[in-house]
Design a protein around this ligand. Sequence first.
Ligand SMILES: [Zn+2]
Length: 340
Amino acid sequence: MEKPKNNYGYLKLPEEINMFKPEGNTEVVFDIIPYVVSDPEHLDNKKYSEDAVVGDMWWKRPIKVHRDVGESVAICPTTFGKRCPICEYASRKRKEGMEWEELKEIYPKNRSLFLIVLRDAGDCEVDYEEGEVHIMDQSDFLFLQNLDDEVQRDIDNEGFPDPFDGLSLRVYWKGKKLGKNKYAEATKIDFEQREEQYDEDFLKDMPCLDDILIVHDYKELQALYFGMEGMDDDDPEDDDDLEIPEDDPKPAKRSRKTTKPDPEPEEEEEEEEEEEEPPVKRQRKTTKPTPKKKEKPSAKKLECPVGLRFGKDFDEYEECDTCKIYDDCMEANKALTGDE
Ligand SMILES: [Zn+2]
């Protein structure tokens, strides 16, 4: 039996908490546990101001992640409402006419972090401790979208992350392979009565998912991504004299990748993740169920391809000039401004 991992690229895990990584062809039961939001830039709050409010409990932490950053993957600063040199590079490339097939390798991927208590993980190769809290970091394409579909199918289940009155999830993970990469997709999710619920004391000890994210600043990320070989990224002094030409940075790693998408060491691959990636629809609050509000459909259909706020930041940035979803964003913007 393998041991579960307790360190993980862009996360600084609390010592006592391990990762849960879904494996193919397993059936796993777990509870999703909310945490207290600390980040005012939380992406769910940017989407719907009543969700994921600082100080309130919320059940997931969305992040955007770039590949090929140095030897690894890194969180896109737009996750925290900041500028990102890689997204900016992608925008320039798009203006120059780069094909989406290549661009999508540069743009960040959507993932979500969850605190989960494993109830039954007996099928897994890894020897997980059942009853313990783990962190699951999964591509939205492989889990969250399916979860949302299941909830839409029976809206009575939408209170599943409620710590005091929630439901367990029984997830059927199917193994998939793309090149050398193996990953697991949630093909079916059943909701079940929990064996036990949680209490305030339990929740008090939950780590804050906003606080475990490793954030690189703009220059650091620029240095890591644009292939400054042999550079020690632990030495920020060196970063200061780095100048990446504004017009056409030559990312050593990128140019290799863009001509021939070769299998990356990253374990997951979201082959169907396209610009028109379906949006993750909102779930209602976990602790204070509120009646579903009617929302402008246009405001939730799409996401900004460069990580700005869809609808809200309409036509405010250079990137907007050549955006593929300019018209949709304009419509959403009209809806928003008409509303406020
Ligand atoms: Zn980015």
